[in-house]
Ligand binder design. Structure first.
Ligand code: ATP
Ligand code: MG
Ligand code: MG
Length: 388
């Protein structure tokens, strides 16, 4: 493989993408701040004259510089400067994947929801709102309470969301969301959160990974169970179809993380789509025949897509979040996880720890759900206490 992939963003997703690229001799150039972030640490560009770029993935100049060095541009984060990517789409030899159109639609959660609803995908009710008490009163009358207030842009790990239980919280909500442009979503009383990774080839062919259950705590992904446990196999089939159909409405190649809500009656609603590898797909490294990272690279480089099938009966991914600025809890938890059969530890090489920051993860594979539970229990008991 003699292709060079430029990645906007150099965090843990870029790190795992770069590690995967190295197995196929795919050269990678990373654009992000600093000399030595999580992705830059794991690969050095191989081709003569290439080096990683120190700068922001929101800086058009830096994106232009990256584009001049690579065959294809991709992202590990959706909060990138998108208008320059639109200009570059026809200038970079193999283009920008996923397409800037897709990144633009997804960047603004309100526009994303409009796009999905217009395409006939199942989403719960939502409406635009101003950051005023009066406007919140109007949306509460229309959608009922509780409702979920969301910042339209730059959201992650629930930062940008506010659960409005009562109108007396309106001012608190406005203050908490700090003048950002908002919209409101009807509250979805789901029984489970589920997710599917979908791979879209350059020709628009779509394949999906198994359905997983995602367990969040304080809005941050805590656990991912694969496959989805359910008595009714038609639920998983339906969720995969919903996810695949949603991705078919978008443009460009790559993997997409599709977050969904499962209702008591088996109905599935879309929550949001990430146009890139996703936390709910980390498990694919150990548990599937081809990881989400490798399939992302295969998709954007027009290589044959790999099988998305599970190769183990049962798997769980557990996020390691920072408990404080100290690394000691993380190191001792990781060392403990090394003693668990079937567990693989991933640490992200971040230079600073913070409460709630994603510092690593552990994937546990097992021959059965019962064996998985036995392996998981001591890990959950020893996990640093940030989730409580
Ligand atoms: P991510 O890190 O996944 O990008 P985010 O900041 O974009 O997170 P969302 O995925 O929109 O946030 O919401 C975070 C969590 O809040 C969801 O995983 C779900 O638990 C809950 N949530 C979001 N929307 C709703 C809703 N309409 N009704 C009920 N719960 C919701
Ligand atoms: Mg999000
Ligand atoms: Mg989300």
């Amino acid at each position: 493989m003699d292709k060079v992939v430029g990645i906007l963003g150099g965090g843990q997703l870029g790190r795992m993408l770069a590690a995967s690229a190295s197995l196929l001799n795919i050269d990678v150039v990373v654009l992000d701040f600093g000399e030595n972030g999580p992705a830059k640490q794991v690969v050095a560009p191989r081709s003569p004259g290439l080096s990683h770029i120190d700068g922001s993935f929101a800086d058009p100049e830096k994106i232009l510089e990256l584009s001049s060095k690579v065959d294809v541009l991709t992202v590990e984060i959706e909060h990138v400067e998108v208008s320059v990517l639109e200009e570059l789409e026809t200038k970079v030899p193999l283009g920008v994947h996923p397409s800037p159109f897709t990144i633009k639609v997804i960047q603004d959660k309100y526009v994303q929801k409009l796009h999905l609803r217009d395409a006939g995908c199942p989403v719960s009710d939502f409406i635009q709102t101003e950051s005023t008490v009066e406007s919140l009163r109007t949306v509460a009358e229309q959608l009922g309470l509780p409702l979920m207030l969301k910042s339209r842009t730059l959201a992650y790990d629930g930062r940008g969301n506010f659960v409005l239980n009562d109108l007396s919280q309106a001012e608190e909500a406005i203050a908490a969301l700090g003048g950002r442009t908002l919209y409101a979503e009807k509250w979805v009383p789901f029984v489970k959160e589920i997710a599917v990774m979908v791979v879209r080839s350059r020709s628009g062919e779509v394949v999906s990974y198994p359905v997983v259950e995602t367990v969040h705590k304080q809005n941050i992904c805590h656990l991912v169970f694969a496959p989805l446990r359910s008595r009714d196999p038609s639920i998983a089939a339906r969720a995969r179809t919903v996810a695949e159909n949603a991705v078919k409405t978008l443009k460009g190649a790559g993997v997409f993380g599709v977050e969904m809500f499962l209702m008591a009656d088996g109905t599935v609603y879309l929550n949001e789509i990430a146009p890139r590898p996703h936390n709910s797909g980390h498990y694919t490294i150990e548990a599937c025949e081809t990881s989400q990272y490798e399939n992302h690279l295969r998709a954007i480089l027009d290589l044959p897509l790999g099988s998305t099938a599970l190769k183990v009966p049962s798997a769980c991914m557990l996020n390691i979040l920072g408990a404080s600025s100290s690394f000691s809890e993380i190191t001792s938890f990781a060392n403990f996880a090394l003693t668990i059969p079937g567990a693989r530890v991933h640490l992200y090489g971040k230079s600073e720890s913070r409460k709630g920051r994603k510092m690593g993860h552990v994937t546990v594979v097992a021959d059965s759900d019962a064996q998985l539970s036995l392996r998981l229990r001591p890990l959950l008991t020893n996990l640093p206490g940030v989730h409580d």
